[in-house]
Design a protein around this ligand. Sequence first.
Ligand code: HPA
Length: 279
Amino acid sequence: MSSIVESLESSVAYIRAICPPSKLKPRIAVVLGSGLGSFVNQVDVEAAIPYTEIPGFIPPSVDGHKGRLILGHVKGVPIVVLQGRIHFYEGHSMATVAHPVRTAALLGCEVMVLTNSAGGLDPAMRPGDFMIIDDHINLMGDNPLKGPNIKEFGPRFPDMTEAYDRKLSTKMNEVLLAMKVKFYRGVYCGVSGPTYETPSEVRYLQMLGGKAVGMSTVPETIAANHLGLRVCALSCITNLAAGLSQNKLSHEEVTETARAVEAKFGQFLVDFISRVETT
Ligand code: HPA
């Protein structure tokens, strides 16, 4: 058996020992991006497990990322929340980055809701706007499925024609319209970071057709698609990408903006989750 599968099995066994499926079998997984963690206050928590305790998990090293796996209900819907993610730029392999998402899939989730903070590539965007991710461009130079295929998980060459499920994105669109929130839809460019982009790189991403740029989400989307999950994703546009405003970029600005919209983001997730159909 591959070490990836062994490590996932040890994570799943540990989590199930704390919260068995008879108590809660999550159907939807939510990954919370930088500064967007307060959604957990809306969850009826069954178990909150620090990543440091779960075999196979690595704690996030970035400010604004807490590192807890939470099992609970939102409006009666059983969910697992990954509060804090591992980023590729922290130096881990893509498989390590995808580990929490794969764990959620093995716990029984069929839908993956990914959130992140991103830089806006459309000059009309303002910090605090939202963007539904309709598709992505993987510019990270790596892929979590590289190496021997784990065929119990999915095919060697997964189709990515609808990496972000259209029906789920339409539902996100409906919820955001009902909330009267300013939002965009578009292509997310996934870069490795940890540097922010140069203004020339930003122009390049605009030419590629990108509408937002960020350092996460792509590995998780790929791993979740491989496992046959339905994926959707929402970006919080925390800043205009480099060169599109007078400001220099900083992580503080990113987390500050995310914090300012955290409550709205949490409300969106509650409304959205309560409307997603699962089997
Ligand atoms: N670039 C890349 N990642 C980001 C940005 C950005 O401008 N803002 C938040 N995450």
